[in-house]
Design a protein around this ligand. Structure first.
Ligand SMILES: [Zn+2]
Length: 72
């Protein structure tokens, strides 16, 4: 139980770190991500620490190649 509480605190801290870290202007471009929780694809700004799913707000995502133009 204590381990679970510590894990949740660490996760919350990581999310706050992501929100607080502004990427340099050279890296302000969008990338496509695939969410491992809801399987949704979304286009978000590149971030060095992690990307938040636009569908379910999860950070359990990975960058992927853009979908074909007719599916966007
Ligand atoms: Zn999601």
């Amino acid at each position: 139980m204590l381990l679970l509480i510590k894990l949740r605190l660490l996760t919350a801290e990581l999310f706050m770190q992501i929100e607080a870290t502004v990427m340099p202007s050279d890296y302000r471009y969008k990338v496509w991500i695939l969410c491992n929780d809801c399987n949704g694809m979304s286009e978000v700004f590149l971030h060095i620490i992690g990307h938040k799913c636009s569908g379910c707000q999860s950070y359990n995502t990975r960058t992927v190649a853009p979908p074909p133009a007719d599916l966007q």
